[in-house]
Design a protein around this ligand. Structure first.
Ligand SMILES: [Zn+2]
Ligand SMILES: [Zn+2]
Length: 328
């Protein structure tokens, strides 16, 4: 079943003709809790990783205060999913209680020096994701991160790998996994994707000052700009990049090391819709989302406080390193 963003509540170009030129395609990934395989696009799913290629490890010494047992986090998640599928009997058994107990954070308060296998964050096949800017000869993007956040400026250590999927004939079946991770919410839970391309407009701070001030006034009066046009919530590719600040003061864009304004490649974290957006981003197929675990529109388990993470790319050179930024 596809997932569909409702049509916009009004014609933005009729209110602000200047904004017609700022519409950019963005692909909402619409992750939903599931059991993806290495042959699927996914969040938190198994990667199509060549058996003869070393699995990426973070070798930094991490300063951590608490850790949580990785296998227990995953087991507790799957138990919770299963419990919610049996509506009449959600009381955990004694064995289940034991798993939930193991999945609680434990004090660590030391330097964690062992190498840490990175965790799969997402895998995107070009065939599934409209507009995925694959470098020549590739059709698959894999994103991994270190499940400890003690990195420069608390920006997670993210790795990107572009591949040609048909070159991976011998797939690594059981990648190494960390014994512990820093927080439960740094484990992306397995989700299948229902990508959908829609249109997104820039944040107020990305507009010229005069136009930004007028749109800001309209936003304060009606709420429509952020509710329905700018900053599509949830996991997505493309669209407008950092900063997604909700302020009218123009802000410097994020740049590649070569100086070019970087383009957003991938945005992660956050729910697909909020209570206050009047349903503009809630997919029509999920209009009746009952309370469940995980929440229909927020199934990835990933939390970065109030922030999202954006991975931006050089517009001209596929070999320039990506830029990673936290955005609101
Ligand atoms: Zn690390
Ligand atoms: Zn560059």
């Amino acid at each position: 079943m596809a997932r569909t963003t409702p049509s916009r509540p009004l014609d933005l170009a009729a209110v602000f003709p200047e904004l017609a030129a700022t519409a950019r395609p963005v692909t909402r990934l619409h992750p939903r809790s599931g059991a993806p395989t290495a042959g699927d696009s996914s969040v938190g799913g198994p990667l199509l990783w060549p058996r003869d290629e070393a699995w990426p490890m973070c070798t930094k010494t991490h300063e951590v205060y608490e850790v949580v047992e990785f296998a227990a986090v995953r087991a507790a998640h799957h138990l919770s999913v299963a419990r919610w599928s049996r509506p009449d009997d959600r009381r955990p058994t004694a064995e289940e209680e034991e798993v939930f107990e193991r999945a609680r954070p434990k004090e660590f308060g030391d330097l964690y020096t062992a190498p840490v296998p990175l965790l799969p964050v997402a895998q995107l096949y070009a065939r599934d994701v409209p507009g995925l800017p694959c470098p020549d000869g590739t059709d698959l993007l894999q994103i991994l991160w270190c499940p400890f956040m003690d990195h420069h400026d608390d920006i997670p250590a993210v790795q990107l790998h572009w591949r040609a999927a048909d070159e991976v004939t011998d797939v690594l079946a059981a990648p190494p996994e960390p014994d512990v991770i820093e927080l439960e919410e740094y484990w992306p839970a397995p989700c299948v994707l229902y990508p959908e391309q829609v249109v997104e407009h820039p944040g107020l701070s990305q507009l010229p000052a005069d136009l930004g001030a007028r749109v800001c006034a309209w936003q304060e009066e009606t709420g429509h700009y952020y509710n329905a046009f700018s900053g599509a919530p949830g996991w997505k590719t493309g669209g407008w990049g950092a900063p997604e600040w909700r302020e009218e003061t123009p802000t410097e864009p994020v740049r590649c090391t070569c100086g070019a304004v970087a383009l957003p490649l991938f945005t992660l974290g956050g729910a697909e819709w909020h209570g206050n957006d009047e349903g503009a981003w809630r997919t029509v197929e999920d209009a009746d989302d009952r309370r469940c675990y995980p929440p229909v529109g927020d199934p990835t388990n990933v939390r970065l406080g109030d922030e999202k993470l954006q991975i931006l790319r050089c517009p001209g050179h596929a070999d320039h390193p990506p830029v990673v930024a936290r955005v609101y």
